[in-house]
Design a protein. Structure first.
Length: 141
């Protein structure tokens, strides 16, 4: 009888290892965040700067630099990186464009998942240094 109880405890411990935390528990809420749609039109992409995110319109490729602040004296708001729609409205759809981080804190790659075009996108606090800096793949290959 003694061994059965220990075996049952061990079995329960083994079965529970690696299972995700229950949804709604305090620890899972911190890790998972709110549920998001599978192909959202807008996506906030983190940068390595704690005050800066990039806002992507995944349907047409527009990108903004978004800053938040904890004091009234610091800048908070959004700045355009690319206001040009890279897909015509007839072919735009949520999830078409994605942003990928590079090892350079200021540089991201913008990918058109429908035709393979790629742009190098730079964020910066300096207006002259932010935006699409070059086309890396034009989708013709």
């Amino acid at each position: 009888m003694k061994y059965r109880l220990i075996g049952g405890v061990l079995l329960a411990a083994v079965l529970s290892v690696g299972l995700p935390a229950q949804r709604g528990s305090p620890s899972s809420a911190l890790r998972e965040g709110p549920a998001q749609s599978f192909d959202p039109r807008f996506e906030l992409v983190p940068t390595q700067n704690i005050w800066t995110f990039l806002l992507l319109d995944s349907s047409n490729g527009r990108v903004w630099q978004v800053h938040y602040a904890v004091t009234d004296s610091a800048f908070a708001g959004r700045l355009p990186l690319n206001e040009l729609e890279l897909a015509p409205p007839a072919s735009a759809h949520p999830g078409r464009f994605v942003l990928r981080e590079t090892q350079n804190i200021f540089t991201f790659l913008l990918l058109d998942q429908d035709d393979g075009r790629v742009w190098q996108v730079q964020w910066s606090n300096d207006e002259k240094s932010r935006g699409i800096v070059r086309v890396l793949a034009d989708g013709s290959s």
